[in-house]
Design a binder for this molecule. Structure first.
Ligand code: OFO
Length: 187
């Protein structure tokens, strides 16, 4: 039978083993921390675009962008919680004020696509480092983001295609704006 002292050392060793298993490497911790900032910045960027669309009378696009901004905040929160659960403490980053003026709706969605391509590269880089460091837990966690990026890029591309087809036809633009209100439901 274990005496109290042995019991205690058993739990100390188990706790250490558990802690070593969940701890992130410094490099991966930094990459995830940087990603928190990128997701936060995506949320702010889309919020500024939503404001632009709102005041320009694109109420459907504004709704799309407000929703998109909320989604990016959820992406940031998932990372924050993951960092906290893996033995780190997430830092909440300061952000620059995002761009607030655009020439037209197509420029808004082109900026979204350009931004999302950069975010995808960043997620890909995290996966590469996870594989190098054999951090399967983080790799598994981050896979959700890569699937999300594919959906976001595809959606932005299809919206740009439609806006190109519409061109300067204002009645079609009006109808498409109404469609946009629900375009990211389920995405
Ligand atoms: Fe977080 O998916 Fe876009 O940026």
């Amino acid at each position: 039978m274990m005496n109290n002292k042995n019991n205690l050392s058993f739990f100390t060793v188990s706790f250490r083993t558990l802690k070593n298993n969940i701890m992130l490497s410094e490099k991966i911790e930094q990459l995830l921390q940087d990603q928190v900032k990128k997701e936060a910045s995506s949320s702010q960027t889309y919020l500024a675009m939503a404001c632009w669309a709102d005041v320009k009378g694109f109420s459907g696009a504004a709704q799309f962008l407000y929703t998109h901004s909320d989604e990016e905040r959820v992406h940031m929160l998932k990372l924050i919680k993951f960092l906290n659960e893996r033995g780190s403490q997430a830092t909440i980053p300061a952000l620059d004020s995002p761009r607030k003026e655009f020439d037209n709706l197509k420029e808004v969605f082109q900026s979204i696509l350009d931004h999302e391509i950069l975010v995808t590269e960043s997620i890909n880089n995290i996966i590469t480092v996870c594989l190098e460091e054999k951090d399967h837990l983080t790799n598994n966690f981050i896979q959700w983001y890569i699937a999300e990026q594919m959906e976001e890029e595809q959606l932005a591309r299809s919206i740009i295609d439609k806006l190109e087809m519409i061109g300067s036809d204002t009645s079609s633009l009006y109808l498409f704006d109404r469609e946009l209100a629900t375009a990211n439901q389920g995405a």
